[in-house]
Design a binder for this molecule. Sequence first.
Ligand code: GLA
Length: 383
Amino acid sequence: MRAVDAFRAAYGRDPEGAWRAPGRVNLIGEHTDYNDGYVLPFAVPWGVTAAVARRDDDTLRLLSLQDATAGSDGEDAGPRPMTITEHDQAGGWSRYVVGVFWALRQAGHHVGGADLVIDGDVPKGAGLSSSAALEVAVAMALNDLYGLGLAKIDLALIGQKAENDFVGMPCGIMDQAASALSEEGHVLFMDCRSLTTRNVPLDLPAEGLQILIIDTGVHHELADGQYARRRRDCESAAERLGVKALRDVTDLAEALSRLDGDERKRVQHVVTENHRVQALIGLLRAGAVREIGALLNASHLSLRDQYEVSCAELDVAVEAAVRGGARGARMTGGGFGGSAIALVADDRADRVREEVTKAYDQHGWAPPRFLPATPSPGARRLL
Ligand code: GLA
C-alpha cells in the first residue's frame, strides 16, 4: 500500500495501522442538514488513506503524497514530512488534520502526538468532500490508536467540529456522516436532528441504471460566504416562524404567508426538499428506483430558483443530461460549482455524456469530467 510504503520511507518505521475514509455524493436532501432535516448521501469510491503511528511526545508530523508544496525541487526526494508548526497553517490541507486533533482534545480525549502519511484520490475540486474524508480517516485512526471508544457518528461529529470551529467552514453533518457511516451498495438515510441513520439498499445495476457524476470543473469563489449566508437566512426564518429549525415547519403555506424576500424562498426550498427526501425513500422501499428521477429534477429547480445556490455550469449540465435522456439530474453538494449527478439508463449513458459535452463546448467551456458513482463502503481500518 502506497501510504504504508511512504510512511516507512519518511519516518523509518512501520505505521501502526492504515485507515480509509471515502468522499460522498448526495442523492437528495440538499442544504437540509443544518436545518435539522433529512439527507440521503452515499460514499463514492474515492477517498483518503491515512497511515498513522503514535508518538511519545506531543508532536504531529504530516506528509501528504499529493502535497505539491512539499516536494524538493530538482531532486526526486519526493514530499517530506513536516511538523505542523512548519506547515502552512493559512490555507492548506493540514488544517483539517490538526483540527481533528484539536477537536478531540476539546472534547476531553487524551490524544498525544502522531506521525501521519495522507494519500488521497478524491478528484480535486469536484465537490465530493475530500475534506470530510480526511477528517474522518484521521479521527478513526486516533480513535483506534488512542482507544477512545468513539462510535462512528461521534467521529463524524469530531470532523464537523474541526471544520466548523478550527477551519472556520460552518458545514452541517452530512459529509462527515456519509464518510463515516455509509455502506457499500446503500444510500445513507439520516435524520440530522436525532442523528439516527439507516442504510437503504440501492442496487442500480440490477435496474440497468447508473448514476453519473458530472464534474463541472468550476468552483465559484463566492461559495463559502454564500453558504454561511444561507445558514443565516434559515436561522432567522426559523426564529421569525417561532420554530427551533426549519425542519419543524408543518404548514408550508401558512409559513410562507408570514415571510417575504430571501427568507421565503429559502423556507420553500428546505421544507419541500425534506419532503422530497422522504418521497424518494418511499420509492426506494417500494422498489421503484426508476421513478426517482422526477424528484431529482424538482430538487435541482428548487436549489436553482429558491435556494439560489446553482450556477450556469451546473444548470447547463443538468439540462443537457436530461435532454440526452437522463431520468433525472441535479446539482449535488453545496453548489456554486462542483458536481451534478444524473440518473441514467446504461444504454443512454453515452448519449448523455455527448449531450453534456456538446453543451459545454457551445458555451466555450472546458469539457466536464464524467465519473461513475457506485455506492461504496464507508470509513474502515485497512490494516
Ligand atoms: C456542503 C456541507 C454539507 C451540506 C451541503 C449542502 O457539502 O458541507 O454539510 O450542508 O453542503 O447540502
